[in-house]
Ligand binder design. Structure first.
Ligand SMILES: [Zn+2]
Length: 340
């Protein structure tokens, strides 16, 4: 026990944590969903702080362009083609062997989300798309699990702590999925590492408050900041009387909303359907995708090739992803290039 006290001594002396807070952290289980820039920073801090069990879920492998900001990974991980969740688990075990770390390589979707959140005291958002966040929001509210939303892109980001039944949920604030092709992603807009680092650190602090029982000190505004301009805003948010999730209608858990995929038999391709899609603007999409690969379009379809994959997108948001028969990969490419 001496070593435990020594390891965490610098945060135990903080009056806001103390012995009692540390004990609570040691007894806690946290799910980090998505292990990119946000997830690597929060997972690192949670493990170093002595959270008892940390479950990390991510569907991706590590690529060189991740290393600019995803602090847990290195060149060996890229060369050895290690999935992010497994690389994170391996590196973090060396940081703190007393924490139970579980790296799970899965695409989070309506078929597995309820299983993945079982037994956790808190969920930390490290995702890169709003659709999966809605799914997490549904699962968190259904099971009464607090979660900390976070998002960062370019030089700005935002975070919000969600205490089910007590504070506004994500859908109270953002009621609708944006049109496909209309949202920026890190792949199209870029990101400076400090933006996700700061947002992830704020998420970690909120997580510590919730886990140690300091719920009254949780920040109840939407925090928005830009690291380049040095601006921070705290926006007042309210629970919405018409929010379906707050009324117990978990549309994303029931897969009544959002994207669906199906492997196209024998073609090494996957079809992605998006029930939320409006009409896409191909000219706008083409402009956004041009720097990233080969793009061409006519009135009927847009073709885009990059990273050894080809994607054919139709005006209603439907897409066929060629070069893979894996649905998770196809969903990932769709989220990355079309957006959700
Ligand atoms: Zn709500």
């Amino acid at each position: 026990m001496q070593t435990v006290i020594d390891r965490y001594s610098r945060q135990i002396v903080l009056p806001v944590i103390g012995d009692r807070g540390q004990r609570r952290l040691l007894e806690s289980t946290v799910l980090v969903v998505g292990c990119g820039a946000l997830g690597t920073v929060t997972a690192t801090q949670l493990v170093r702080a002595g959270v008892g069990r940390v479950r990390i879920v991510d569907r991706d492998f590590i690529e060189y362009h991740n290393l600019q900001r995803q602090v847990l990974f290195d060149e060996d991980d890229v060369q050895n083609q290690i999935p992010k969740a497994k690389a994170a688990e391996r590196h973090l075990r060396k940081v703190n062997s007393s924490v139970e770390i579980e790296g799970i390589v899965e695409d989070v979707n309506y078929t597995n989300v309820q299983r993945l959140v079982q037994g956790v005291d808190l969920i930390v958002d490290g995702l890169d798309n709003l659709e999966t966040r809605y799914l997490i929001n549904d699962a968190a509210l259904k099971y009464g699990i607090p979660w900390v939303y976070g998002a960062a892109i370019a030089s700005h980001g935002m975070t919000l702590s969600i205490l089910p039944g007590e504070t506004p949920c994500l859908r109270c604030i953002f009621p609708h999925l944006p049109e496909p092709g209309s949202t920026l992603t890190c792949d199209t807009a870029g990101v400076i590492s400090a933006a996700p680092f700061i947002i992830a650190s704020l998420q970690f602090v909120e997580a510590v408050k919730i886990l140690t029982g300091a719920r009254d000190q949780v920040i109840r505004t939407l925090t928005v900041m830009d690291v380049w301009d040095g601006t921070t805003y705290h926006l007042e948010v309210e629970r919405s009387a018409t929010c379906p999730t707050c009324q117990g209608m978990y549309e994303f858990l029931q897969a009544q909303s959002g994207t669906k995929t199906a492997s196209l038999c024998g073609q090494n391709s996957v079809q992605v359907l998006n029930s939320k899609a409006g009409r896409l603007s191909f000219s706008e999409m083409a402009r956004r995708l041009e720097p990233l690969g080969t793009v061409s379009y006519n009135d009927f379809m847009l073709r885009f090739a990059a990273d050894g994959y080809e994607m054919v997108v139709f005006p209603d948001g439907r897409a066929i992803v060629k070069g893979t028969s894996d649905q998770a990969t196809a969903r990932g490419l769709y989220a990355k290039y079309v957006g959700t």
